[in-house]
Design a protein around this ligand. Structure first.
Ligand code: TRP
Length: 326
């Protein structure tokens, strides 16, 4: 029996290097060996952005094209949009009936996001139910594995708690999905913090070469290297963390030249920039090609949802039966 893998991304626009190394590469590997479901979580995006949905369609299209150009293959993985699968909404309702309020109020992202997104009113029923909707996404295809970042672990734990409660109430129906954390090192942004859309410290996969060079050169290096002659500690340098992904073969040499001040930071970051530019070239070429085919992303999503629909329908049918409304 092949494993079922599922993951979703909120449509927030173009992907960056942090997304690529953190999760996307893993997804591209997994599609070769498992039954994969990759979807655009547009309902989840609306839980925080319901006041301004004007960019939702453009963001969805951008994300799909980035996925495909990076190597997600719609012939191998099922790629779809959450809102095209209303079965998820129905299932979310059933799960919401059995999920205690206290579990949701305890999820760390609930309080954190309320703090961080102060400008928006997210004291809503929908936002509180965010992890229940996520559980519905996962269980509607009976996923065994969910590739996610560390921030999503509490949501996966809640999904397993919901599974246990459902099985206890209505009989053994679902298995417990496991989270698959990416083994690759954390990719820092230009300011040294985790690369993230919300920090504005990212290099996009679609950034043109001049932009990549500018951003790579602005990366924070070891603050102890104030002049060209000061030796540095590569582990304290954000650019070195990226070299770990882009300069694997020369890594020891790069570290050594930093420690002995044999190479300056500008030269070191210029090297890095060229590696990144070079690696993005084939991606950007494929993406350009896809952009010239109007409606291509939507076509892929339309075909994808038809593949997941029978799976989802069967799960909802069984849930209805278990809950006495068949
Ligand atoms: N909450 C996830 C995020 O912010 C997105 C998501 C929605 C998801 N549903 C999912 C991830 C199901 C994995 C599985 O990144």
């Amino acid at each position: 029996m092949s494993k079922r893998i599922l993951t979703g991304y909120r449509p927030t626009g173009k992907l960056h290097l942090g997304n690529l190394h953190g999760n996307l590469k893993r997804m591209i590997e997994l599609q070769e060996e498992a039954e994969c479901y990759f979807f655009i979580a547009d309902w989840h995006a609306l839980t925080t952005d319901y006041q301004d949905p004007s960019r939702l369609r453009a963001y969805t299209e951008d994300m799909v094209l980035d996925w495909l150009a990076a190597g997600i293959d719609p012939a191998k993985a099922v790629v779809y949009r959450q809102s095209d699968l209303p079965e998820v909404a129905e299932f979310h309702l059933y799960l919401s009936l059995i999920t205690p309020l206290g579990w949701l109020e305890r999820v760390p992202s609930f309080k954190e996001q309320q703090e961080q997104l102060r400008g928006r009113d997210i004291s809503t029923h929908g936002f509180l139910g965010y992890p229940v909707l996520q559980a519905a996404d996962i269980l509607i295809v009976r996923a065994d594995g969910v590739p996610v970042g560390e921030d999503q672990l509490p949501h996966l734990e809640l999904t397993r708690e919901i599974v246990r409660r459902f099985n206890f109430l209505y009989g053994e129906t679902f298995g417990e999905p496991q989270s698959l954390l990416s083994p690759s090192p954390r990719i820092p942004g230009t300011d040294g913090r985790k690369m993230s859309k919300s920090y504005g410290n990212y290099i996009s996969l679609t950034d043109p070469p001049e932009e990549v060079r500018k951003k790579a050169l602005s990366m924070i290096t070891d603050p102890a290297r104030r002049t060209r002659k000061d030796p540095g500690d590569p582990e304290k340098c954000s650019a070195f963390q990226l070299h770990k992904a882009y300069s694997v073969k020369e890594l020891d040499d790069i570290a050594e030249r930093c420690r002995t001040a044999a190479r300056g930071c500008v030269e070191c970051k210029t090297m890095l920039a060229e590696r990144i530019v070079e690696s993005l070239l084939p991606f950007q070429e494929r993406r350009g090609e896809m952009e010239s085919r109007p409606g291509y992303a939507w076509e892929v999503l339309r075909e994808g949802v038809e593949k997941v629909r029978p799976v989802a329908r069967e799960v909802v049918r069984e849930v209805r039966e278990r809950m006495g409304i068949d």
